[in-house]
Design a protein around this ligand. Structure first.
Ligand SMILES: [Zn+2]
Length: 289
């Protein structure tokens, strides 16, 4: 079915109360696993290319791997640049044909975040691509922060509205209590804060740090306006677990095709589970690409 703008994808999701899974991919095997999961669930899907894979594989090579694998898949697909901190890298992704980009200026002073996000949004929009911005800090689970500090990191409705208007983003990543990585204690998302934000910001909301959040909380935030849920950690855990099992079962195995198949299978299963949880299974038919 081919590529589709992140903006079209997420506006449909927000309007119809489901979320599109945004899954991080790191090589050909993980990209293939996510695409196979989306195909089997007939779901629109976002493949995220993040900073780590860009460092070791390169932005363009990774995009080209996805391109060649995506040709055989019959669901709407969006390739998204995750957590980019530079204008230049966003432009490189747009030039390489991504359907969605993200500028993460959440660490910058407000004015600077707005200015850079808006300048990228203008380029993305001229080519019908979607643009994600972030306001409020989404920390890591490894960060040693107190409850008060955590509360201070949450995005307020006022700053979300102001930023979404000033920056011209299509969808907005906000901080409502999630973090990146593996949670030490069960996260408690702030539904009230999400409600306050969606009451004023009439754009799809993005949830980062979706791994390890209990299913009921995920379903609740999707009903509350979250249209894109990012999942990375849980998929890497599944892939690595599959790899370890395969190697343990056949310690003498030296063919990547044999031991990586188990890893891909585990990751595909976990991705399918997430797609069903997000309510995007069967939604591919609503898109013409
Ligand atoms: Zn993130």
């Amino acid at each position: 079915m081919g590529y589709i703008s992140g903006k079209i994808l997420l506006e449909h999701a927000a309007k119809n109360h489901y979320a599109v899974g945004a899954f991080s991919v790191h090589n050909a095997e993980t990209a293939k696993a996510v695409l196979a999961a989306a195909q089997k669930e007939n779901a629109p899907v976002i493949l995220m290319i993040g900073q780590k894979v860009i460092q070791y594989m390169g932005l363009k090579p990774m995009k080209e791997i996805v391109d060649s694998l995506a040709k055989d898949v019959d669901v709407p697909i969006c390739v998204h640049l995750d957590h980019s901190r530079t204008f230049e890298q966003n432009v490189q992704a747009i030039h390489a044909g991504f359907q969605s980009v993200m500028f993460d200026g959440s660490q910058l002073p407000y004015e600077e975040n707005v200015e850079l996000t808006r300048s990228i949004a203008k380029i993305a929009h001229s080519l019908n691509m979607g643009m994600e911005g972030e306001i409020g800090k989404i920390g890591g689970t490894e960060d040693d922060i107190t409850v008060e500090e955590k509360d201070a990191m949450l995005t307020t409705a006022e700053e979300a509205l102001q930023f979404s208007e000033d920056s011209e983003v299509d969808y907005l990543a906000v901080s409502i209590g999630t973090a990146h990585g593996v949670y030490k204690v069960e996260p408690k998302l702030n539904f009230k804060r999400l409600q306050e934000i969606t009451r004023v910001v009439k754009k799809p909301i993005v949830l980062h740090g979706g791994s390890g959040v209990p299913d009921e909380q995920i379903q609740q935030v999707i009903l509350g306006g979250v249209a894109k849920v990012n999942v990375d950690t849980e998929l890497r855990q599944a892939f690595t677990e599959g790899l370890r099992e395969a190697l343990a079962a056949s310690p003498k195995e030296i063919h990547p095709a044999n031991y990586l198949t188990g890893a891909m299978k585990k990751m595909e299963e976990k991705t399918r589970e997430k797609i069903r949880l997000f309510g995007s299974a069967g939604m591919a038919k609503f898109f013409l690409t």
